[in-house]
Every structure is written in structure tokens, then in C-alpha cells.
Design a protein. Structure first.
Length: 213
């Protein structure tokens, strides 16, 4: 198994993420119907379809696929989450533009920068029932794995599992940001769709790497 993500594998990551969100569209929409205005799944799939159409056939850097994602979501996505995801992807684009391959350390750096950006823009903290509840544990898992010099596969697996646990945990907390803060207890029992999407993002990275076996 590869221990770094080439431009081609970064492209596979993005395409796999888009496919996973497409598959989860109905589930994400239902989550958002319970906790927001019900348009999250449609907005995400629409943005990702636009991005797929704009992806280069052969990216020159591992940051290029994320740059396309970022530009698409910042320019064309609807709802309140779209621009936040656009900024999230932008930090992966920035880190990926500076290297030939994404190592575990580079993924950890991009995730940390993305967490800082989302926190700065949205003022969300862990426990507010947002995408940060998945980003934070995934980023911390990546940092630990990088510090321990784990293989890339182990670090990505730890990040995906941490993000998924964090996302599931949002089903047990009341929202304190955005529309979900007005919904109150009606949202309990279903996870935040943004946090679930972050779990899909990290899982897609692991799947892209696994496909190299």
C-alpha cells in the first residue's frame, strides 16, 4: 500500500468523496430536514457534480483537485454550509499545491489549517453540533499518528473513525449554531449532516489509498 498520496490518488480521493456524498444524499437530506431546512444533501451533491465536471484529467499536484472543489463551492454552492466547505477544501488545496505527494504529515497539516479556518469563520466549537465535531477529533487523530510516525493508512483510518464517532455523537447534543439552534430537541437522535459529511471525506481518503493494493 502506498504511503503517500500522489496527484492521481488525491483525484481518486475527491471523486470517491463525491460518490459517497451522492450515495448518502437522501440520508443527509433527511438529517437536515430534522435539524435545519432540508437542503443540505441537494446543495452538496449539486456542488460536487459541478466540481467533478471541472476536474482536470491529470492533476499536476495533489492540491489541484481540492482547488477545483474549493472554487466550485465558494462560487456556486447554496446554503450556509457550502461556503464553509469551500474554505475547508481550500486549505487542502493550499497544502497540496506545495508538495508532490501528500504524506500523513501534510494531511494532518491541511486538516489543522482547515479546522482553524472553520473555527475562525463560523465561531463553532466542539459540542456546538456542527462539522467541527467531526473535524476536531479527526485532526487530533492525524496529529497523533503523524507524531508517532504511523503509516499513512493507519493515520487515515484513525482520522476516519474519529470523524465518524464525532459525527455520531452530534445526535446526542443540542445545536448551538445556525438553524439547528432553533430546532432544539427535535434534532436529537439524528447526527449533524455536515459532521457526517466530514466523516465521508476522511473515509474516502482511506478508500482511495486502499484501492492501490
Amino acid at each position: 500500500m502506498a504511503d503517500q498520496l500522489s496527484p492521481a490518488l488525491a483525484d481518486r480521493w475527491v471523486r470517491g468523496f463525491a460518490a459517497a456524498v451522492e450515495d448518502a444524499n437522501d440520508r443527509l437530506t433527511e438529517m437536515d430536514r430534522r435539524s435545519g431546512d432540508g437542503d443540505f444533501g441537494v446543495n452538496m451533491t449539486t456542488g460536487l457534480r459541478r466540481a467533478l465536471a471541472a476536474l482536470p484529467e491529470r492533476p499536476s499536484t495533489p492540491g489541484e483537485p481540492f482547488h477545483v472543489l474549493s472554487d466550485t463551492f465558494l462560487s456556486h454552492s447554496g446554503g450556509t454550509s457550502g461556503p464553509l466547505f469551500g474554505m475547508w477544501f481550500r486549505d487542502f488545496a493550499k497544502v497540496g499545491a506545495q508538495v508532490d505527494f501528500l504524506t500523513l504529515g501534510a494531511v494532518a497539516e491541511a486538516s489543522a489549517q482547515g479546522w482553524a479556518t472553520i473555527t475562525r469563520l463560523g465561531s463553532a466549537k466542539v459540542g456546538d453540533r456542527t462539522m467541527v465535531d467531526a473535524i476536531a477529533p479527526a485532526t487530533e487523530a492525524l496529529k497523533r499518528s503523524a507524531e508517532e510516525a504511523d503509516p499513512l493508512e493507519a493515520g487515515l483510518r484513525a482520522a476516519a473513525e474519529a470523524a465518524e464517532r464525532g459525527a455520531e455523537g452530534t445526535s446526542r447534543i443540542l445545536g448551538r449554531k445556525g438553524r439547528t439552534s432553533y430546532v432544539g430537541e427535535a434534532a436529537l437522535g439524528v447526527p449533524d449532516p455536515g459532521a457526517v459529511t466530514i466523516g465521508l471525506f476522511y473515509r474516502a481518503a482511506l478508500d482511495a489509498l486502499a484501492d492501490t493494493d
